[in-house]
Design a protein around this ligand. Structure first.
Ligand code: SAH
Ligand code: SF4
Length: 360
């Protein structure tokens, strides 16, 4: 059976090569061709012996998800749309910054968590992405963005904050992250790869053990009653257990804080009282807050608070000594802002039917 080499991290590729009686050294060379040089064609791998190339052509392929559109918004955010078959599409967004920019990757087609304010969640869940489809977004974006004149790659940070819940698709996500960190592939530091989760507590612990990278937790509410409504996975893993998992994570994390994301919903979670409750929730937990003014999408009933309202909320946190940033709304005109990543998902499961199959 033919295999997609994009599905393998270094260890996986070495094992595959060993099974073909080829050395780990050859596997490393091929890995470098694929990920460092963006080569998908075995014939282009010029320092690989011809007979090995022929063998690979018979048994393997390098196929990333098919890029179907590439649009740039007025503020420079660039959105890539990929067709992953069966009527499903996923999105990847590049946000340029002064130095190297940030690439926001999707981990699933749709999402089963079903957060009330999220366009992806509203569409339901279709399927998990394979490791090839996750790392393939980075592979494709790298190729499209090219390198700077000094040879630096355009992408300096990767965040798993696109469509889907990365920790509900654990193994493929971790395989892709290992490639991001590998010097023979993308060579990013652990601090520059961020997993964003709605709060799957056992999977946070597993990530800490297996592949700790920067962690962002989508908090969105200071108490269980409100969070149960906004982020339904809270009914399974309430705030106390989530906070305890964050504390445990910090032991092994490459950064000495957890980032809390907090979507600002007018009249729902944005009052002074909510800000003060949040402060009491995070006592003793080194953290930063990233406030995300709600990004509306067709059919959503929430509203974005006024800029003044967001500022007041931020000030309360900052006065208590917590570093707080407010996310700029970017890519709004091309539907590339947080939670607007809609792609197109053929939903086979209704929202709110999350089952924990991968987050052991
Ligand atoms: N599933 C993961 C990662 C993807 S969502 C998670 O929930 O963390 C990335 C971030 O965008 C999350 O913090 C999410 O809550 C936020 N988000 C989703 N929909 C949004 C919207 N409509 N406006 C603003 N932020 C949104
Ligand atoms: Fe899924 Fe994250 Fe959207 Fe919630 S916010 S539905 S977890 S993608």
């Amino acid at each position: 059976m033919s295999v997609n080499l994009l599905d393998f991290d270094t260890a996986g590729l070495a094992a595959y090569f060993a099974a073909q009686n080829e050395s780990a050294f050859r596997a490393k060379q091929v890995l470098r061709w694929i990920h460092r040089l963006g080569q998908a064609d075995f014939d282009g791998m010029t320092n690989i012996a011809k007979d090995l190339r022929a063998k690979l052509k018979n048994s393997a392929f390098v196929v990333p998800p098919r890029l179907v559109s590439d649009r740039v918004s007025k503020d420079g955010a660039r959105k890539f749309l990929f067709d992953i078959g069966d009527g499903n599409a996923i999105e990847t967004v590049f946000i340029p910054e002064d130095g190297r920019g940030t690439l926001c990757l999707s981990s699933q087609a749709g999402c089963a968590i079903g957060c009330a304010f999220c366009s992806t969640g509203r569409q339901g869940f279709s399927r998990n992405l394979s490791a090839a489809e996750i790392i393939g977004q980075l592979w494709q974006a790298n190729r499209a963005l090219g390198a700077s004149p000094s040879g630096d790659r355009a992408i300096g940070n990767v965040v798993l904050m696109g469509m889907g819940e990365p920790l509900a698709n654990f193994d493929p996500t971790v395989t892709a992250i290992r490639l991001m960190l590998d010097d023979n592939a993308y060579g990013l530091s652990r601090r520059r790869v961020t997993v964003s989760t709605s709060g799957l507590v056992p999977a946070i612990d597993r990530l800490r053990e297996e592949c700790p990278v920067a962690l962002a937790v989508s908090l969105h509410a200071p108490d269980d009653a409100l969070r149960d409504e906004l982020v339904p996975i809270n009914r399974k893993y309430p705030l106390a257990s989530l906070m305890a998992a964050c504390v445990r994570y910090l032991d092994r994390a490459p950064r000495d804080f957890v980032t809390f994301e907090y979507v600002m919903l007018d009249g729902v979670n944005d009052s002074e009282k909510h800000a003060r409750e949040l402060l009491s929730r995070v006592v003793g937990l080194p953290c930063k807050f990233n406030l995300i003014p709600f990004n509306p999408f067709p059919g959503s009933s929430f509203r974005r608070p006024s800029a003044g309202g967001v500022r007041r909320f931020a000030e309360i946190l900052m006065e208590a000594g917590i570093v707080t940033t407010t996310r700029k709304v970017r890519g709004d005109d091309i539907g590339a802002a947080c939670g607007q990543l809609a792609g197109q998902v053929k939903s086979r499961r209704a929202k709110n039917s999350f089952r924990e199959t991968d987050a052991r």
